[in-house]
Design a protein around this ligand. Structure first.
Ligand code: PRX
Length: 662
């Protein structure tokens, strides 16, 4: 199905469009118009495609205006459903019952497992019964600290089944990061693993969990998956094995689903914001389910035979929405891979595509750039003719990487969906519908039905224009004017912070924190964060988090972090560190500080560059001038403007010359 390229746009093949869920630009426009004119009618029709114990009574109720009372949105009120029922049980009465729900491939090639929907039902029911036996009840939080193994979706779905709220903690996080999440959610049960396997190495997750749990007295039960034969630390009375729990004689194969209210929380997932403490985004049952269901179906154009591979980690929102919930609620087959793209060789993904005849690949620009760097010969060796659609997510994709993906993986025949969204948004908000829209490299194209984006004028030149739409091709702040079912409802335990973070900048609208422009044809081009969030390989790290970690070190008086361009990761982390009196800069101390950040947060936050600075530029009120540090980190020292008049001119000169010496 070759794609036609004309005027820098890539048109889907007519045979692709003919079969697609949304077949043309005209059809998209019609659906989009309807979704805005009658959002309640639109979303209630989608909801009706799923199973409800009791149908919703009121589809939408909301207020986004801080001036008009409490900010909130509620969807499908009065409705009762269960996401696990929709992801599994709903399919058991159909031919989908015998379809693979999850095909898991371990990093070691011999490890794999297929779970049909029927088999998944059994595993999930049994684990739900294990959780109940541990005292977990509706509304309780359960923390899951697991890598990419099939037990993770089983545990998530088991929580959903009994109405418990899962909090998945990315397996690469440190003990500190895990502890703060377990404590904040007041989890009493943690599910973890002895070791995770990555790039041929073992990581001692159970040891990290134990270190974290030393700070979490509420946790009474730790259920441990055994991935390897090696011993791991053990606390009798608290720790038990997944297999032992699942095989206990009192664990039954059936477990009824709790009838959940539409607005009951489904999960909490932490993400970094522009201030220090990670925010626990709360996603709910009805709205999240309906939104991920429809976005997965239309954007990945799921067909009855589709084998779909989202190569993200379930520890991030992409894995929640587009490995677990979206695909399973659709009854499709979700391919789950434990390993990383370059190990053991840089053709691992393509070998898997050929072996399993995978139809859809969804991954991050960082992975594409890393694979691209290894050369065209690696994908060329494999039969990739099963692929019909490619996707990207997590960061802006540079047109060079887009073209490489299109040519070398898609072989000039697969539409690419560049999908923009966030942990907060629950699901994809801006993306092509692949049978409808011609694409442009580097553009996430158009809003999904129900989404009303606005590129708001930040009002820097003219404060009176603040919030008004920017003209074509001018970058402003991306906001969304209206609610949609997938948007998070609150930050766990801190609703005021949810309101102030997302609704105070541009009254009446959700503020995304991203820069964006729209070209003359209406295509959206995302430009990265406009706040103090650094996007490292598609993972959000806040400058404040890195700074708070650094100042915990005894040698550090003051620290500032900024994003810097990075060929592979998109953005890297650049930190400026002022030492306390009595400490001298040295390479050894640099390494110590890097390790310290890694220990406090995790490997994703470890600095790419660390510059010792005798002082940091400050405003007269003592605030660090981040604008200047950002420019230095970005190597744009000629764009600092005139700094000679500043009190701090000398500090800046020292910083610039210090950078040059590095
Ligand atoms: O800056 C945007 C970037 O990733 C941020 C959201 O990160 P997170 O909550 O971790 O979720 C990542 C996966 C949804 C956004 O604020 N981002 C995400 N997708 C894109 C993107 N930037 C440009 N293009 C995208 N397609």
């Amino acid at each position: 199905m070759p794609i036609t390229e004309k005027d820098g746009k890539f048109y889907p093949d007519p045979s692709f469009s003919a079969r697609a869920h949304v077949k043309s630009v005209e059809e998209y426009r019609e659906i989009y118009r309807r979704s805005l004119e009658d959002p309640e009618g639109f979303w209630s029709e989608v909801a009706r495609e799923l199973f409800w114990y009791k149908p919703p009574e009121k589809i939408l109720d909301y207020n986004f205006d801080t001036g008009a009372g409490e900010v909130f949105h509620r969807w499908f009120d009065g409705g009762r459903t269960n996401v696990c029922y929709n992801a599994i049980d709903r399919h058991l009465g159909t031919a989908t019952r015998n379809r693979a729900a999850i095909i898991w491939q371990g990093e070691p090639d011999g490890d794999s497992k297929v779970l049909t929907y029927q088999m998944l039902h059994r595993e999930v029911c049994r684990f739900a019964n294990v959780l109940k036996k541990k005292g977990v009840r509706r509304g309780d939080r359960v923390s899951l600290f697991l890598p990419m193994i099939w037990h993770l979706p089983v545990a998530m779905l088991a929580c959903a089944r009994i109405g418990a709220i899962h909090s998945v903690v990315f397996g690469g996080f440190s003990a500190e990061a895990l502890a703060s999440r377990v404590k904040e959610t007041e989890s009493r049960v943690l599910v973890t693993i002895d070791h995770s396997i990555r790039n041929g190495r073992r990581f001692e997750l159970k040891s990290i969990a134990d270190e974290a749990l030393a700070q979490c007295p509420l946790v009474r039960h730790v259920i441990v998956v055994k991935r390897t034969k090696d011993p791991c630390p053990w606390t009798n009375g608290r720790d038990t094995l997944w297999d032992d729990e699942m095989n206990a004689p009192d664990i039954g194969n059936d477990c009824p689903c709790e009838e959940m209210e539409a607005e009951d929380p489904l999960f909490i997932l932490y993400t970094s914001g522009s201030t220090g403490k990670p925010k626990g985004q709360v996603h709910t049952t009805g709205g999240y389910m309906v939104y991920t269901y429809l976005t997965t179906k239309w954007i990945f154009d799921l067909q009855p035979e589709t084998l779909y591979w989202c190569n993200a980690d379930i520890g991030w929102v992409t894995g929640h929405s587009y490995i677990v919930y979206g695909p399973l609620v659709n009854g499709t087959t979700s391919f789950l891979y434990e390993g990383t793209p370059l190990y053991p060789r840089p053709d691992r993904p393509w070998e898997l595509v050929e072996r399993y005849r995978i139809n859809v690949v969804y991954t991050a620009p960082t992975a594409i750039r890393a694979l691209m760097r290894q050369g065209d010969d690696w994908p060329a060796k494999w039969d990739l003719s099963s692929l019909r659609l490619l996707g990207t997510v997590g960061e802006p994709i540079n047109p060079e990487a887009w073209m490489w993906y299109y040519r070398n993986v898609g072989r000039l025949s697969c539409p690419i969906v560049d999908t923009w969204w966030q942990t907060e948004t629950g699901g994809i908000c801006i993306s092509p519908l692949p049978g409808a829209w011609p694409t442009k490299p580097g553009s996430a194209t158009f809003p999904f039905p129900g989404i009303v984006p606005r590129v708001a004028d930040p009002g820097i030149d003219d404060p009176a224009r603040r919030g008004l739409p920017m003209p074509a091709n001018a970058t402003g702040h991306l906001c969304i004017e209206r609610p949609w079912p997938g948007l998070s409802r609150t930050i766990f335990g801190d609703h005021d912070r949810w309101v102030s973070t997302y609704f105070s900048q541009y009254p009446g609208m959700y503020f995304t924190g991203d820069g964006c422009f729209v070209d003359g044809e209406g295509y959206h081009f995302l430009q990265g964060r406009v706040d103090d969030v650094i996007n490292v390989s598609g993972h959000r790290v806040s400058t404040a988090e890195v700074e708070s970690a650094l100042v915990l070190h005894e040698a550090v008086a003051e620290a500032a972090a900024a994003g810097m361009p990075h060929d592979l990761k998109g953005q890297g982390i650049y930190v400026f560190v002022t030492l306390k009196i009595g400490y001298e800069p040295s390479e050894a101390l640099k390494k110590q500080l890097s390790d310290h950040v890694r220990k406090e947060i995790g490997a994703i936050a470890s600095p790419d560059k660390l510059q010792f600075a005798p002082g940091l530029p400050k405003t007269s009120s003592g605030k660090i001038m981040r604008r200047i540090l950002r420019k230095i980190a970005e190597n744009k020292v000629d764009e600092l403007g005139d700094v000679s008049t500043l009190e701090d001119a000398e500090v800046i000169k020292t910083l610039v010359s210090g950078k040059e010496k590095m």
